[in-house]
Each structure stands twice: as structure tokens, then as C-alpha cells.
Design a protein around this ligand. Sequence first.
Ligand SMILES: Nc1ncnc2c1ncn2[C@@H]1O[C@H](COP(=O)(O)OP(=O)(O)O)[C@@H](O)[C@H]1O
Ligand SMILES: [Mg+2]
Length: 202
Amino acid sequence: MAGRFITLEGIDGAGKSTHLAWLVEYLRAQGKTVIQTREPGGTPLSERLRELLLSEPMHLETEALLMFAARREHLERVIWPALERGEWVVCDRFTDASFAYQGGGRGLADEKLALLERWVQGDFAPDLTLLFDLPIELAAQRMQGAARALDRFERETLDFHARVRAAYLARAAAHPARIRIIDASCSIEEIQKQLEEIISSV
Ligand SMILES: Nc1ncnc2c1ncn2[C@@H]1O[C@H](COP(=O)(O)OP(=O)(O)O)[C@@H](O)[C@H]1O
Ligand SMILES: [Mg+2]
């Protein structure tokens, strides 16, 4: 039985972490071996890069390069070996987030990101990407409910998050077979129903 690589994307507060936990349990209940991971992060080194990325001010291109450096490590040590073993890998954010945040949010040219994408992962892409989409104001409200300190990206302006959201939607339009848009303004139960339907067709 072949493994699958599923990524969850969307602006901060969209519900990725909430539904990732549910999805992992759902897949395990179906007897699948599932690895739950995240980006930036997923290996000891990549988690250290994550700490820097989420806290340390840096040049935009440094940020993009570190994101892809963390990704290279993650692919090599976690994602590819798991898929080779036939396991499922469910990942909180992946390359679409680089296009959305470093591209849309910060304005790095798509060509540079596409170059890094090709260098780091070749033709490799997720089998399925779930894009949690909702108005930025609603996402901001949900973030306020979360009782923890905001990171360097979460503290960005509404304008920044609007550009990130638009870049995600453009990415979905460019990759309609891979990226499924989830209406994340729905209730958690309604979203789980949407996810069950989508997953049954992967
Ligand atoms: N569909 C939903 N309806 C209401 N609240 C939600 C929904 N999805 C997530 N939340 C809440 O919104 C907050 C942000 O969700 P989270 O999963 O952490 O988002 P993300 O990981 O995308 O930043 C959490 O407090 C979560 O409980
Ligand atoms: Mg999260």
C-alpha cells in the first residue's frame, strides 16, 4: 500500500493545527501508519532553524533560503524515508507557504522561489494540499482567542495576511488538481465532513 503526502496550508488562525490533529487520528483509525510533522521544522536541525525564523529579524532572502534549507533536511530525513516505507505523512505547511509568505506576504519574486523549489525538491510535490481559507478578520479573531505569544509572522499586519491569503488562492488556482480549498469559516464539524469526503478520494 502506497503512502501519501498531505499538506495543510492557510493563514495563521485558519485552523490547520486543529484539523491536522483530527486528520491524523482519522487516518490512524483507518489502519494507516501516519507521521505528523510541520514546517519549518520536523527534524532537530529544522526545528532550530524554525526558532530563528519565527523570532529573529532577517533579510527576506535569508528567510526564504533558511525555509528551504529546513525543508531540504526535512525531506531527506523524514518525509522521503516515510513515503518509501509506505507511510502517510501529514504536514502543517510546506512549499505553498513559502510562495504565500515569502512571495505574497513579503514580495520575493516567484521565479526565485520556483528556483529554490526545483533545487530542493525537484518535481516532488504533495499528493494533496488542504488550503484552509477564511477572511483575515475572522482568522485574527480566532488568533486572539489563542492564549500564547504571537510569532514574527503572526504579528504581521492585516495587509500582510491579506497578501498571504491572496497568494494562497492564486497558488490553488494554478494547481487545481492538487490543492483543495476548505471553507474554514465553517464549524469544526462541517470542516471534518468536508475533509472526510476529500480524503476518501485520495
Ligand atoms: N472552524 C472553526 N471554528 C471556530 N474556531 C476554530 C475553527 N478552527 C479553528 N478554530 C480555533 O481557532 C484558533 C486557531 O486555530 P489553529 O488550528 O491554531 O489555526 P492555525 O494552526 O491555522 O494557525 C484555535 O483557537 C482553534 O480552536
Ligand atoms: Mg498552527
